[in-house]
Design a protein around this ligand. Structure first.
Ligand SMILES: *Cc1c(COP(=O)(O)O)cnc(C)c1O
Length: 411
């Protein structure tokens, strides 16, 4: 098996396992697909990579090279982006509970736009920007009442979400007063993000309609950011919509809304995370022991919930293959278990695979989003290396953690 022209066995020999592998050609193709299709004659467009899906310096350099903007949700993500040389003008800073340290850092580094989550935050931001004699661009995160998770979405379901402001609420009215009167806050428009791994575009159409309703309160064209959440293929249960179609559909919905309502918008923005890096990522493991119990057969791998928490966290499903045995009979129904002291440390339950021997390599697919970024050092596991492959060559993006690094901060 090859990834971006590199033999997976060579990657194992050079970098060891467990190993996160990113196909950079694939990442760039998806970014191009968005760039080429998410555009309009009626308004500006912007594509922001939601870096919480996978944020490291080398990834941010790819985002920069491809000319996308960047979403960050914390001081750490913002710091990494700045250190990677990303232009702060094109950074959007999210978060529902930004600390004073984070707000100061954002303003001192001239972060392009702050996505304001709530009234308290707006008050602090106004105070800090005034004290620094700066003007800060903001969009306000709205709770548009559309809640979407995987295949289903519900309108006006989630009024108690921890994210965003409810349109028309007392908080919203007070925020409107502040933005109308502040010299230090420059209000650009609205933001909404309705969920993740969404396959039903009508959920986004519903949130676009809501944002247009809100835009009536303003006599100038607004920025509308409709967030991320476009679904990807983990297993054959998932049938994602191709991202060129996603892009075109969202654009058309917004253009239709402009025509229908007569409300002009300045810019339509999206924030894909998972859909940019998810399917480009693989995790390579070495199989160690195997075990048969009365009702199950286990293949044990040299990683687990420490490098992929998603199955334990929300029953996420993955697909896998044993390297070099792709064409053998898949006649063993097995469970892939990690090495953590935790019964729930199962990466895949009940998958049909060929017979495995100790030392075989197992690869899991679509681990590029929320894999490395949610990794932990539980059981004092060493964080695996991350390798980028592109045009038949590999390069290290993040080195494997060493034992000394593991205890470096301990006194
Ligand atoms: C997580 C998140 C995204 C990205 O979601 P994906 O499912 O990875 O596309 C975008 N915007 C906001 C505000 C988010 O919290």
């Amino acid at each position: 098996m090859e990834i971006a022209g590199v033999d997976v066995k060579d990657l194992k020999n050079e970098y060891g396992t467990p190993l996160y592998i990113y196909d950079v050609n694939h990442i760039k193709n998806i970014m191009s697909l968005y760039k080429n299709n998410f555009k309009s004659e009626m308004f500006e467009t912007e594509i922001e990579y939601a870096s919480k899906a996978f944020n490291c310096k080398e990834m941010i350099r790819v985002v920069k090279e491809m000319g996308l903007s960047l979403d960050v949700v914390s001081l750490g993500e913002m710091y990494t982006a700045i250190k990677a040389g990303f232009d702060p003008k094109h950074i959007f800073f999210h978060g529902n509970n930004k600390s004073l340290e984070e707000i100061n850092y954002a303003l001192d580094n001239n972060i392009g736009t702050v996505v304001v989550d709530n009234l308290d935050e707006l008050k602090v931001l106004e105070e800090v920007s005034k004290s620094k004699n700066k003007v800060v661009n903001i969009v306000i995160r709205m709770n548009v009442g559309v809640s979407a998770h995987t295949h289903k979405f519900i309108v006006t379901a989630h009024v108690d979400s921890k994210f965003g402001v409810l349109y028309g609420s007392d908080d919203y009215k007070e925020m409107k007063k502040i933005i109308d009167n502040s010299k230090n806050i420059k209000f650009l428009g609205f933001h909404s993000h309705i969920g993740s791994q969404i396959f039903d575009l009508s959920a986004f159409n519903a949130s676009i309609d809501k944002l247009f309703e809100m835009a009536k309160d303003f006599n100038y064209p607004l920025v509308m950011n409709i967030g991320g959440g476009y679904g990807v293929h983990y297993t054959n249960e998932d049938s994602p919509i191709p991202f060129d179609i996603v892009s075109k559909t969202l654009i058309k919905t917004a253009e239709d809304a402009v025509r229908r309502t007569g409300i002009k918008i300045k810019k339509l923005a999206i924030e894909p995370g998972r859909s940019i890096v998810g399917e480009a990522g693989y995790t390579l493991y070495t199989i160690g022991f195997t075990k048969k119990t009365p009702n199950k057969e286990y293949y044990f791998i040299d990683g687990g919930m420490t490098d992929n928490i998603r199955p334990a966290l929300y029953q996420a499903k993955y697909d896998a293959e044993i390297i070099g045995k792709e064409n053998e009979a898949h006649n063993h129904k097995v469970t892939i278990a990690g090495k953590c002291c935790e019964s729930g440390d199962l990466i895949i339950e009940d998958i049909n695979l060929p017979e495995a021997k100790s030392g075989d390599l197992l690869i899991t697919y679509t681990t590029g989003a929320y894999g490395y970024s949610m990794s932990s050092n539980y059981n004092k596991a060493l964080t695996p290396a991350v390798v980028f492959v592109e045009d038949g060559k590999s390069r290290i993006a993040i080195k494997r953690m060493t034992l000394d690094e593991l205890i470096e901060r301990e006194v």
